[in-house]
Structures are given as structure tokens and as C-alpha cells.
Design a protein around this ligand. Sequence first.
Ligand SMILES: [Zn+2]
Length: 462
Amino acid sequence: MVHALVSRRVVTPEGEREIAVLIEDERIVALKPVAELSPDVAREDLGNVALLPGLIDVHTHINEPGRTEWEGFATGTRAAAAGGFTSIVDMPLNCLPETTDIKALEDKREAARGKCTIDYALWGGAVDGNQGEIEPLALAGVPGFKCFLIYPGCDGFTSIDRENLELTLPHIARTGLPLLVHAELAAPIDSAAAKLNASGADWHRYATYLASRPDEAELQAISMLLDLCRRYRFRLHIVHLSTAQALPMLAAAKAEGLRVTVETCPHYLHCAAEEIADGATLFKCAPPIRSAANREALWQALVEGTIDLIATDHSPCPPAMKRLEALEPGQEAGRFDEAWGGIASLSTALPVLWTECVKRNISLSKLSQWTSGAPAELAGIAMQVGSIQPGKHANLIAFDTDAFATVTPERLHYRHPISPYMGERLRGVVRSTWLRGERVFHDGTFPGTPRGREYALSCSLS
Ligand SMILES: [Zn+2]
């Protein structure tokens, strides 16, 4: 049965239009002027509430199987649906086992089955010594690979040094899939931390944490990666870019024709180091949130196209790991060196971003390109999703751009409703989310049973 969603502000690749989106079964079948809609088609009129393509997060840490007490497919995908996401791509680490071979991929598929409110794909991992697993994982349907150039925070998923990376890159290049890299090198960080400790720096201060992860760590890593990209001709994706100082180098690489894409995150686009209180470890992430001037340069780079997309890096943990309180005698609360780095943000990303877009006069269509269109391209799912066009999945959200809401625990649907945004009044409220034509979130509720499924991806080796 065909039904229609009507809005004065349907966000299409051509901009905002007043149209009807016709849906049959799981897909968008047509876009029509409202006047041409036949009277016997059931319709829901959203009025001035905007209709956007569902957001796609290419950087989510679900942590299941193995660390389900941190998050999990059930809670993580509900939180995502409430935030306007209809697809996520899960990271290959912090779960147990880490997704670095076929057996682990199958374990994760088993863990996810039947629990997800939205659709998903699963990144594979590239670690020291698993180069023989790259092609099998690609053929088994991962959309790409993630690696770390620095200790990732948990044992088990090893960082990869230059030598091992060079053994892996020919395999990555053969798959044609992107390699996502956490681009920080250890040397500048180790020497910064040694200096800070020698001078008795106070680790309760955000300034100490910021100084411990200098821009230089990102700059050296990105410079090395661009070099390797030139040599091995693989698709390089820089995850969570924080330093704006890397932008000229990235813009030049793109102009040169290297296949490089770049993501940044809502927290780098909203927060500023100058405003983070000492002891406020909820803001700890790596690379760190930098200055307000740096934030403005990241926005500029999005507008200019040097940064391609925005991803959440939703990376939750149990509250105790944030060291907000001392849990045992002798332990101190609020130390940035001891707190887990990671910000849970699936439920807040869109209002955080929209609040900033309005300040800068950036349109909803532009934002949608960074949060749906470009992420779909990266994950290899752009044929199915990423925009409101006939033939695509009816993955849609009703977004009230003029409403304001204050972040409270009830609005977060994570396993642990903690957030650095708590108490903030943000612009924009997600009213409804539709996954393949069916409503999966509506004003704080989750109708229906979870029917999210994994994207069926295929890869041919060259
Ligand atoms: Zn991450």
C-alpha cells in the first residue's frame, strides 16, 4: 500500500522543497507536488516540520559482544533512532572478540541479530599481523577497515606500526574499501606527557590533558598517511579530525587527486577547550577538543569541502570509568589521565549540530549532506540510503527545526545516560524516525519490535 509523508520542507539533494514523499513497502517510490497527490493515498502532513533522510553514523562503538555493560546493540540502536539515525557502522574494537577475523565477525553478527532498532554494518579491524584476514573480511561483507597508529585504550586491538601498515596496505588496496585511521602518533604524545609529569602538572585541569595530546601528534600521523596513500593508492579516511592545522595538508592531498576523505565530530564543532571546566572528564576524548578558533576553522573546512562528513564517535563506558567520583580510598575524582576517553552522542548529535548551523547560517540541506549523503558514500551504501530519492530505502526523520529541548537523562537512551551536554538547551527536536517505511521512534517511544538488519555488502577484489 502506498502512503505519503508531506512536508513544506522535504530535504532533497536539490534543496528544501514542499512535496509529498510516496512510500511503498520499504522504499521511496516517488516525489510529487502535493497538489498532484491522489485523494485516496493515505498521508501524514508534517506541516513545517522538516523531513530529512535518516542520519548515518559511520563511527559508533557498540561494544557488544564482550563489553555489553558499556553499551550494546539494543540500547545503542534505540539511542540512535531517537537521535534521528537510521544506520550505524560499528567499530571493530572495545568489543570482545575484536572484529579482526571472520570468526569474530560472525560472533558480532550473532550478537546483533534481532536486537537492533535500525540498520547497521560492521567495520573490520586492521591490526598488527592480520593482513591475511583483510580480503576474507572484505568478501564477508565489511564495508572497510579501521586501524590505530597509537594505543587504542583497550588491550586486544593492537595499534599498527608503519612496517606492519605497509604489509597491510596492498591488501586494503585490492579490496577497494576504505581504511579508516585513528591518526595520532605516539611520540609527540609521550614526550608531551613526560614533560607535563616532570613539571608536576595538575591532571584535574583540562589544559593539562589538551597539552598532553598536541596537534603535532595528528599532523605527523596525517603526513605519514598521505605519503602511504600516494604510494599504495588505497582509499584513506581520517576519522575524528580534531586539529585544524592539518587542513591545508588535507586540502592539498585532495587537490592532488589522492583518495582521501575526512570526518570530524559534533563535540569538536560545538565545544571549546576554553570552556571545559577542570575535572569535567565527560569531555575527555582523543584527539582532544581544542580551542574555539580551531572549532571555527573546522566549520570553515566543512563548508569548503576539505572535511567531508560528520560522525559521532559515540564511545560510551560505565560512569565509574569517567572518574566523576572517587570510588575507592586513595583514588582522586576528575583526573583526565585516569578517565576513559569517549563521548556518547548518538541521541544528541543532530540538535548539537543544528544549534551550531543556525548560528552560522548553514542550511539543513548542507548538514544533511555531511550526516547522510557523504557517510553513505564512505560505507558503500549510497545506492540504498543517504538521500530522499525514488528507489532508496524510506529511511526518514521528522525534525522540528524551531523547537528547543534541554538535554535530560530521559532524552538519552544509552545504557548509561551520561553526557557532557546534560542540561544544555539545544535547537531542533527529532519527532519521528522511520526505518524502511515503518516508524521506529516517535516522541520518546519506540513502536514495533526491533527489525534492523545488517546491510548485505559485496566486494570484488582487484
Ligand atoms: Zn572511535
